[in-house]
Write a protein that binds this ligand. Structure first.
Ligand code: GLU
Ligand code: ZN
Length: 510
């Protein structure tokens, strides 16, 4: 007889079942994502199960990291997470039930004896298996150490329709009477997985293809427990650029390392979804689009190569898609330690959002956004490195540019002073009360927008016989701390005048 998996489509219930023996890694995130997408697409339930039965290798900090990383990614789970370490007694009871129903038996052979049996089987050209000698044993020596083994049928086969790989078949003679409970009472992976999948009423098992060989064993157990065998989908492996299994050698592999480097959850998920899955030739997906379009029909069987450059590109795409408000929130959540306390206040103000909106088109990583926001939110002048300025090779250009900046500064200042004199009660005053704006208005608040700033600087540069670009270069450096930055004219228009004047005054002394 051939045991097959069930095809009735009841309401979808899937799980992500990591072992907390390390930080949540990229392969785990992808398994979690595909389960999550499938559940969300079918209005099903997505369960988190912590497989912490290996008490020596499992650590609480890794359990914390898995949950924190999943929250960061927005892979929210339904129901209370299941912890296998709290269910050890249940696995033992379920194994005893299998003995009672004739699907399992106690085996008193020692490790050394079993090892011998395997060697003999190999010598005879067979698979290294336990020789089943305790299968029908009638005597049960009291108090003697033993394991509990599954009683796999001696003929027939197991076949399942993998949603990614198609039909996969195993002969029962190739399946060992594998251990369910070890001699120390601990359950094996195959037992605890199935007990919990039955307990949580799983309909689909989506996991890495390193578990394909466990599937026939687990299918027998589902049947022993009289539970309809779920659907399976085994995801292809993720490889590094050198086509070897992705590992720490390839650089960052944990989700939190990507967070620290400045990747956005949406970009990382988009990237991982595209590792092995496609929807036409679309590359950039929002989370909602991924949910809408996801299906196993378009998951490839072959392993997928992790392309760091593509991830970086995608992150830039998602940075551009995000609202500046959201970007600022992430900067404050993840990079607050880069800012001084006043700078942090400014970053969280409407000014911070305006600054972020200007930088947003120019960066790929959130870390870059934070790095560029820091000097722009910091009060007063900042340290700069003038060694890259063009005027270093041209003393006359330097003199002319310094004079031009001084001139422009004077005109700007007059505009601010005039506006403050004119402002009696009014809007401008109340704007100034906003502590994050510092003590002075911006040029745009006194009626000069970036186009006006542009026009004025053009005019000043002509008057001083220099190019606009030559005038702008040292201004950009003192304002932003960088030679390449977000739009200078926009920044001059929106930054509080106290910052602009303190910084432009430094040009004279460079
Ligand atoms: N704890 C197993 C793993 O991390 C779960 C495998 C499964 O999903 O059945 O590989
Ligand atoms: Zn035995």
């Amino acid at each position: 007889m051939t045991l097959k998996n069930s095809t009735d489509q009841t309401s979808v219930r899937v799980r992500f079942a990591p072992s907390p023996t390390g930080f949540l890694h990229i392969g785990g995130v992808r398994a979690a994502l595909f389960n999550w997408l499938y559940a969300r697409k079918h209005q099903g339930q997505f369960i988190l199960r912590i497989e912490d039965t290996d008490l020596e290798r499992s650590e609480d900090r890794f359990t914390q990291d898995i949950q924190a990383s999943m929250k960061w990614l927005g892979l929210n789970w339904d129901e209370e997470p299941l912890f296998q370490s709290q269910r050890l007694e249940i696995y033992r009871q379920r194994a005893e039930e299998l003995i009672a129903t004739g699907h399992a038996y106690r085996c008193y052979c020692t490790e050394a004896e079993v090892e011998k049996m395997r060697e003999i089987a190999m010598k005879e050209g067979k698979k290294p298996q336990y020789d089943r000698r305790c299968r029908d044993r009638k005597d049960h020596p009291v108090g003697q150490p033993h394991v509990i083994r599954a009683k796999i049928p001696l003929d027939g086969s197991v076949e399942f329709m993998d949603l990614i790989r198609g039909s996969i078949r195993f002969e029962n003679t190739d399946i060992d009477d594998f251990v369910l409970i070890r001699s120390n009472g601990a359950p094996t992976y195959n037992l605890s997985v199935v007990v919990d999948d039955v307990h949580s009423k799983m309909t689909h098992i989506l996991r890495g293809d390193d578990h394909i060989n466990n599937t026939p064993k687990q299918m027998h157990l589902y049947q022993f427990f009289k539970y309809p065998v779920p659907q399976f989908a085994h995801l292809p492996m993720i490889l590094g650029a050198d086509k070897k299994k992705l590992s720490k050698r390839h650089g960052a592999v944990s989700a939190n390392a990507y967070r620290a480097e400045g990747y956005l959850p949406a970009a990382l998920l988009n990237f991982l979804a595209r590792l092995g899955w496609s929807h036409g030739d679309q590359e950039v997906f929002t989370i909602d689009e991924m949910i809408q379009f996801f299906s196993f029909d378009h998951v490839q069987k072959s392993s997928a190569v992790f392309n760091t450059e593509k991830l970086l590109w995608l992150n830039g795409e998602h940075v551009r898609k995000a609202s500046p408000e959201r970007l600022v929130k992430i900067v404050i959540d993840d990079y607050s330690d880069l800012f001084g306390s006043l700078a942090l206040r400014r970053a969280s103000s409407p000014l911070g959002v305006q600054i972020a909106a200007l930088i947003q088109p120019k960066v790929k990583l959130m870390k870059e956004l934070a790095d560029q926001m820091v000097p722009l939110c910091t009060p007063g002048a900042i340290e700069v490195d003038p060694s890259g300025l063009k005027w270093n090779k041209d003393a006359a250009l330097k003199a002319a540019t310094q004079a031009a900046v001084k001139h422009a500064l004077k005109i700007f200042e007059q505009r601010v002073v005039d506006a403050l004199d004119k402002a009696q009660t009014t809007e401008l005053r109340s704007d100034l009360d906003h502590e994050a704006w510092g003590s002075a208005p911006s040029l745009s608040q006194v009626g000069m927008d970036h186009a006006d700033v542009d026009a004025l600087l053009r005019q000043v540069s002509e008057q001083h016989g220099i190019k606009l670009g030559d005038l702008a270069q040292p201004m950009r450096l003192v304002i932003t701390g960088r030679l390449v930055s977000a739009g200078l004219f926009e920044l001059l228009a929106i930054l509080p005048w106290d910052i602009v004047s303190a910084r432009l005054s430094k040009v004279e002394h460079l």
